[in-house]
Design a protein around this ligand. Structure first.
Ligand code: AR6
Length: 180
């Protein structure tokens, strides 16, 4: 029953997360919160300067964001109402807490979404680009963590995994099919 419930609340798409019309999209940021390349660069470019201004205000308040944690800004010019910025771990061999930090990214993003009454949230494949986290391992952590969270928390209606590349899309398809 739980699996059925969860699979209805999980969606997989291939494409550009900046185009989505969800309550929130998640950004794979860095701890400076000042933008960068990859999905971070795309979100700041499409969302305009308001997002950066809000990130700077957060930095001034709390001094950036550590790996595994998340902060929230408005969506600026994006269709999504909010952007949740989380900082993935930089892959460093796998014995340096990377798995748990990545899990925390998903949990803390979902928590901050709930606190802001967000019903639909879209995740990119955090840490699997510049931060070099192995894609299969990251996909397993992402799907398992989100499913466990949804099982225990009812207020989020839909989580969308947005894969930019074919390899991630295929890994996620298999994992989601298997648990459906
Ligand atoms: N929509 C969805 N996914 C995307 C998009 C997009 N528009 N663009 C890239 N991806 P990365 P990280 C995918 O490198 O590994 C930044 O410079 C991409 O294919 O964006 O967490 C930050 O400022 C990959 O699967 O993030 C940090 O310094 C995934 O997003 C650093 O990179 C994550 O790749 C963070 O590295």
């Amino acid at each position: 029953m739980y699996n059925e419930l969860n699979s209805n609340r999980i969606e997989l798409i291939k494409g550009d997360i900046t185009k989505l019309d969800t309550g929130a999209i998640v950004n794979a940021a860095n701890s400076s919160l000042l933008g960068g390349g990859g999905v971070d660069g795309a979100i700041h470019k499409a969302g305009g300067k308001r997002i950066l201004e809000e990130c700077i205000a957060i930095r001034n308040r709390q001094g950036g964001c550590n790996a595994g944690e998340a902060v929230i800004t408005s969506g600026g010019l994006l269709k999504a109402r909010f952007v949740i910025h989380t900082v993935g771990p930089i892959w460093n061999g796998g014995n340096n807490g990377e798995d748990m930090l990545l899990e925390n990214c998903y949990i803390n993003s979902l928590k901050i979404a709930e606190e802001n009454h967000i019903k639909t949230i879209a995740f990119p494949n955090i840490s699997t680009g510049v931060y070099r986290f192995p894609k299969d391992r990251a996909a397993g952590i992402a799907v398992r963590t989100v499913m466990n969270y949804l099982r225990e928390n009812e207020s989020i209606e839909k989580v969308i995994f947005v894969c930019f590349d074919e390899e991630n899309h295929s890994l996620y398809s298999k994992l989601i099919d298997k648990s459906a």
